[in-house]
Structure formats: structure tokens, C-alpha cells
Design a protein around this ligand. Structure first.
Ligand SMILES: NC(=O)c1ccc[n+]([C@@H]2O[C@H](COP(=O)([O-])OP(=O)(O)OC[C@H]3O[C@@H](n4cnc5c(N)ncnc54)[C@H](OP(=O)(O)O)[C@@H]3O)[C@@H](O)[C@H]2O)c1
Length: 257
């Protein structure tokens, strides 16, 4: 990104968010970085003095998010780019359907994102060439086993950003959605299944930032993996279910990870 932007990036303490923060800081942008863990944000702020606002907040807490936006408003009065990347993932292990797990995932991935949108929009409306970016997932192309909560939360994020694109056009606020495949981050480190075509979080961050700079509506990667998922998603339902059910873990393996 050539012109210096005022950027709010959530989920900046690890994985893709930390890598995006590093790359944006190196490019000279002003950054407001949010996560619950302060340490990685403070370390980055120390390396880029005067460039980074460290704002620790739990995004599921609306008051905390509003306070974060007030700090950004006092510092800059506007935002040019908002990247809502914070998220979590938990898998459902049937036969017990865990509604508390479902609520946790929805609270962070959907409600946390929604809190940020409410807080960021007035600042974006005051920004230069404003751009709102949400991070969804390639899981939305094909329903997968155990992803009842995670997949539903990311399907909500997809619809949310697609709908926002229509409504925010009147204020010239661009909207993009990021749909990553598997990326090597702390979020996927605990996965006990194969993750084909996984990319590094450094590479993922570069791909996302390049897509943002190009103004892409949807930033999907890696390309081959996404094409396979979309192909499976377009098959007749009976065939799609036959293929994807094979990925399900038998109940007898319950608790084995
Ligand atoms: N890795 C993948 O393969 C993959 C694939 C598709 C989509 N995604 C999505 O990409 C995004 C980034 O994931 P990642 O893989 O980089 O994971 P990660 O390393 O676990 O990073 C998640 C970030 O979100 C923050 N976060 C989580 N809950 C929060 C909360 N309640 N309040 C504030 N911050 C919170 C975490 O910070 P704190 O814990 O410090 O709060 C952390 O900075 C997520 O939305 C994820 O769903 C990841």
C-alpha cells in the first residue's frame, strides 16, 4: 500500500493478524491493533514508535469495543481501512451437541465482528477511500463434518459482508471478504486431521494485503484448494454428501484428540 493509511486491525496478536500487522507497519501505515493479549502488540509498537496504537479488548464486550473506537477517534478522527480478522474455532464432537460451544464461537466470530462494525462505521465514513474487510473462511464453500459452529459463524460473516457491500456503497465504503483455506497458525495447530495445501501465515498475510490493495471483492487462497472446494460444493447434493461424509470421525473415536 503506497499511501499511508489509518488502519484498525483486530486479531493482531497472532497468526495471520500478527503477520498483517508486521507487514502493514513495515509499509509505514498507522495501526490500531486489537486483541486480548497485549504483549505481542506492545512488542510491535516498540519496534515502530509513534506508529501503533495498542488497544487490548475482548471484542465480545460491546463496551470495550466502543472504548477502542473512542481511542481511535481521539487519535486520528477517522479510519481508512478496517480489517476484522479476530476469530476462533471449535469443533463439535457428536453425539453430544454442545450449545455452549456454539454460543462461544458465534459470540466471537459473529457478534465480535458486528460490535466492531458498529464502532468502526462512523470512523470509516470520515476516512479517505474507506475500506472494510471481513475474514470469513473457505469452509463456507462446502459444509464439513464437525464444523456446525465454525461453519455457521463464517457463513454468517459471508452474508453479513455481502449485504454490507450493498448498503455501504452509498458512502463509497468498499467491502471485501477474505476466504482462506488452511493457514499455519495457533488456531489450526490443534487440528487432528489433514490440512491439504496449508500455507504459512506470513504468505497468507501477504496475499490478503495484496488483495486489499487491489480492491478485490473476495480474497480467496490458495487458488487450487479453493477451486476443489467450490467444485465439490457445486456437485449434486447426494454426491457432495457422499464425498464429505467420509471426512467425518466415527463416534467411537470420541475424545481421542
Ligand atoms: N488458520 C486458518 O486456517 C484459517 C482459515 C480460515 C479462516 N481463518 C480465520 O482467520 C482469522 C485469523 O485466524 P488465525 O488462524 O490467524 O488464528 P489465531 O492465530 O488464533 O488468531 C486469532 C486472533 O483473534 C484474536 N481473538 C480471538 N478471540 C478474540 C476476542 N474475543 N477478542 C479479541 N480478540 C480475539 C486472538 O487474540 P487474543 O487471543 O490475544 O485475544 C488472535 O489475535 C480468524 O477469523 C479465523 O477464523 C483462519
Amino acid at each position: 500500500m503506497s499511501i499511508q493509511k489509518r488502519v484498525w486491525l483486530t486479531g493482531a496478536s497472532s497468526g495471520m493478524g500478527l503477520n498483517m500487522a508486521e507487514q502493514l507497519a513495515a509499509q509505514g501505515h498507522k495501526l490500531a491493533l486489537t486483541a486480548r493479549s497485549a504483549k505481542p502488540l506492545l512488542e510491535l509498537a516498540e519496534r515502530y514508535p509513534g506508529q501503533i496504537l495498542v488497544i487490548t479488548a475482548d471484542l465480545t464486550d460491546l463496551n470495550a469495543v466502543q472504548t477502542a473506537a473512542e481511542r481511535i477517534n481521539s487519535a486520528w478522527g477517522a479510519l481508512d481501512l478496517v480489517i476484522l480478522n479476530a476469530g476462533t474455532c471449535e469443533y463439535m464432537d457428536l453425539p453430544t451437541f454442545d450449545s455452549a460451544l456454539f454460543a462461544r464461537v458465534m459470540q466471537t466470530n459473529v457478534q465480535g465482528t458486528v460490535h466492531c462494525i458498529e464502532a468502526a462505521l462512523p470512523l470509516l465514513r470520515a476516512g479517505t477511500k474507506p475500506h472494510l474487510v471481513g475474514v470469513g473462511s473457505s469452509v463456507t464453500y462446502v459444509p464439513l463434518p464437525r464444523a456446525e459452529a465454525y461453519g455457521a459463524s463464517k457463513a454468517a460473516v459471508r452474508y453479513l459482508f455481502q449485504s454490507l457491500e450493498l448498503d455501504l456503497a452509498q458512502w463509497d465504503i468498499k467491502v471485501s471478504l477474505v476466504s482462506p483455506g488452511f493457514v499455519d497458525t495457533p488456531l489450526t495447530a490443534a487440528n487432528d486431521f489433514p490440512m491439504p495445501m496449508q500455507v504459512s501465515s506470513e504468505k497468507a498475510a501477504r496475499t490478503i494485503l495484496r488483495g486489499i490493495e487491489r480492491g478485490q471483492r473476495e480474497i480467496r487462497f490458495p487458488t487450487v484448494f479453493i477451486s476443489i472446494l467450490r467444485l465439490i460444493g457445486s456437485l449434486p447434493a447426494a454426491l457432495r454428501v457422499l464425498l464429505t461424509r467420509r471426512l467425518a470421525r466415527p463416534a467411537s473415536e470420541e475424545g481421542s484428540n
